[in-house]
Design a protein around this ligand. Structure first.
Ligand SMILES: O=C(O)c1ccccc1NCC(=O)[C@H](O)[C@H](O)COP(=O)(O)O
Length: 215
């Protein structure tokens, strides 16, 4: 069985980025969304992404970006992957992919089996899908809420290769999540933090080790 692919999202400091890289994360994510406790400015993102170049895939996370923001984020971070975590339609995804020439990963919120219906449309234009828990009503953030969805919803789903599972994962539950869903790629934010926005190198290392233990 090949190694589980791990993304650590919402990194904001050199120390925690280094912890993710040293733990062997495959992808490192930088959130550019001012309402988030994990928000990094484009200047901060530029420095962090430079530091990670060649060591992991650098992901810039944007929420419903307009063309100007996309251009600025790409200029600053030179990302390997653009993660779209808003209400972007499949058409907008295709446009962003064509306009930027960069691979895109679409985050889709899941709460019930009905939420899987949109996946084929997104799969036809995205380079990767990320399945996240749908935020609770009234939530301030579209992701990074530390909530899981019922993994059994995915039991009979046919998902594209590389689909990432996220939402409420941590070192204690990631092994079970992988086993229950059959997926081989995971993404985490809150589960490797001490408090919102404060990543913990110890939890990052524990998460990567726990995810890979399955392999
Ligand atoms: O993390 C954020 O603050 C955030 C803000 C706005 C949109 C998305 C955001 N995070 C998305 C992620 O990639 C998270 O890793 C994913 O939602 C899982 O989060 P968690 O349940 O906290 O592990």
């Amino acid at each position: 069985m090949s190694e589980v692919c791990v993304k650590i999202c919402g990194l904001g400091t050199e120390a925690t980025l280094d912890a993710a890289l040293e733990a062997g994360a495959d992808l490192v994510g930088f959130v550019h969304f001012p309402r988030s406790p994990r928000h990094v400015t484009l200047e901060q993102g530029r420095d962090l992404a430079r530091r990670a170049r060649g060591r992991a895939e650098r992901v810039v996370l944007l929420v419903d970006p307009d063309d100007a923001l996309l251009a600025a984020a790409i200029d600053a971070l030179d990302p390997d992957l653009i993660q779209l975590h808003g209400k972007e339609s499949p058409q907008r995804l295709a446009e962003i992919r064509a306009r930027t020439g960069r691979p895109v990963m679409k985050a889709v919120g899941i709460a019930t089996a009905g939420d899987l219906a949109v996946l084929p449309d997104y799969a036809s234009v995205a380079d990767r899908l990320l399945l996240d828990a749908k935020p609770p009503p009234g939530a301030d953030l579209p992701g990074g809420n530390g909530r899981s969805f019922d993994w059994d919803i995915l039991r009979d789903a046919v998902l594209p290769a590389g689909t990432m599972l996220s939402g409420g994962l941590d070192a204690g539950n990631v092994g079970l999540a992988l086993a229950r869903t059959g997926l081989s790629a995971v993404d985490v934010s809150s589960g490797v933090e001490l408090r919102p926005g404060e990543k913990d190198p110890v939890r990052i290392a524990a998460f990567v080790a726990a995810a890979r233990r399955r392999a």
